[in-house]
Design a protein. Structure first.
Lengths: 111, 114
């Protein structure tokens, strides 16, 4: 069974304090790993897709990386508006239509 | 661009009542999905439709039915609501024709069954 585990569950940072969120996965045949941002009361908003180990993608203060067992979402010099829950999801070769989600990391950036 | 639109945004039902959650997308996507989100559980797939005219069960289909009305619309029906169906429901869509494309989500329907 595909499993996705995110850590930590919650993270509080001072504005400007860089850190990383972790997403570890156990799947049969990774087809893609997705990062989403979710604000309270809203639907998930797509950030990145990573397809193979060694791949990296960046957007503003966010950088996502992928290994064969986990993905990291690095946040550099975060601002209060980066506060949100960050979700990781995987799609596999055998469950092509299904995204398996982790439970998310709730990030709070303190001004 | 509206993207994925869900109605209603909030609903309170009594146990045993029925209701239909509506979802429409204006991105000409082939695949559409219904997820539920519960605290500590993550998003879980209820049903999906890989193309117009087809529907398939996801991870947690019991107690739900779906209809792919046309390419734009995908509805989720609760025939006899139970308190265990209290959740936030999200509709999503993606192109699904080729490649490994991302899914786009609606704003959600918060359902409470009392």
């Amino acid at each position: 069974e595909d499993q996705v585990t995110q850590s930590p569950e919650a993270l509080r940072l001072q504005e400007g304090e860089s850190s990383s969120l972790n997403c570890s996965y156990t799947v049969s045949g990774l087809r893609g790993l997705f990062w989403y941002r979710q604000d309270p009361g809203k639907g998930p908003e797509f950030l990145f897709t990573l397809y193979s180990a060694g791949e990296e993608k960046e957007k503003e203060r966010l950088k996502a990386t992928l290994t064969k067992k986990e993905s990291f979402l690095h946040i550099t010099a975060p601002k209060p508006e980066d506060s949100a829950t960050y979700l990781c999801a995987v799609r596999t070769n055998f469950g092509n239509e299904k995204l398996t989600f982790g439970t998310g990391t709730r990030l709070t950036i303190i001004p | 661009n509206a993207g994925v639109t869900q109605t209603p945004k909030f609903q309170v039902l009594k146990t045993g009542q029925s209701m239909t959650l509506q979802c429409a997308q204006d991105m000409n996507h082939n695949s559409m999905y219904w997820y539920r989100q519960d605290p500590g559980m993550g998003l879980r797939l209820i049903y999906y439709s890989a193309s117009e005219g087809t529907t398939d069960k996801g991870e947690v289909p019991n107690g739900y039915n779906v209809s792919r009305l046309n390419k734009r619309e995908f509805s989720l029906r609760l025939e006899s609501a139970a308190p265990s169906q209290t959740s936030v429901y999200f509709c999503a869509s993606r192109t699904g024709t080729s490649g490994n494309t991302e899914a786009f989500f609606g704003q959600g329907t918060r359902l409470t069954v009392v």
